[in-house]
Design a protein around this ligand. Structure first.
Ligand SMILES: [Zn+2]
Length: 168
């Protein structure tokens, strides 16, 4: 984690880095939750699993992510007042990018490497240099105070953790 002065957090929290590398068939995320300038957790799970076998990684305010998860899992109504939630969803072999705002969910196939969250620009810069998703989040954690280096990485071909992946 960056050890310099922590800048004031943006009001619409997107405080994480979630990075998808198409070239490496890999998605990685950090585990930090920040409230204002206070780190409240270093071990937050940034994804949830759905009954149909998807794994959904989301960035946004904590309450908005909760509302989104309830909608996705149980069909709960999306509150019109919720702020923007961005997410990347994987099912074995397929990757999607989605946004939820004002009670509306939009999703499309993700055909290039991409990153979301407060450290997104660092991860995308890393992709330009050819690094994988785990290294991209590692890079973000060094430059973005709202991203930590407790990183979880998954294979997008089988949706398992890279430790449990047998694709290669
Ligand atoms: Zn795999």
């Amino acid at each position: 984690m960056y050890s310099g002065v922590i800048p004031k957090a943006r009001s619409n929290a997107t405080l994480t880095t979630i990075a998808y590398s198409k070239d490496h068939a890999q998605i990685a995320c950090d585990s930090q939750t920040t409230d204002g300038s206070v780190i409240v957790s270093n071990t937050t799970k940034k994804w949830f699993n759905t009954r149909c076998g998807s794994r959904v990684f989301s960035s946004g305010g904590t309450l908005d992510i909760y509302a989104f998860e309830q909608h996705y899992k149980k069909g709960a109504v999306l509150p019109a007042t919720m702020s923007l939630v961005k997410y990347i969803r994987i099912t074995p072999g397929r990757v999607f990018y989605g946004e939820v705002k004002g009670g509306v969910l939009k999703e499309e196939a993700l055909t290039t490497s991409h990153a979301i969250g407060s450290g997104d620009k660092y991860a995308i810069a890393g992709f330009k240099l050819g690094i994988d998703a785990q290294a991209a989040v590692q890079l973000s954690s060094e430059l973005d105070p709202q991203t930590n280096d407790n990183i979880n990485t998954f294979c997008t071909k089988c949706a398992r953790t890279i430790e449990n992946c047998c694709c290669k």
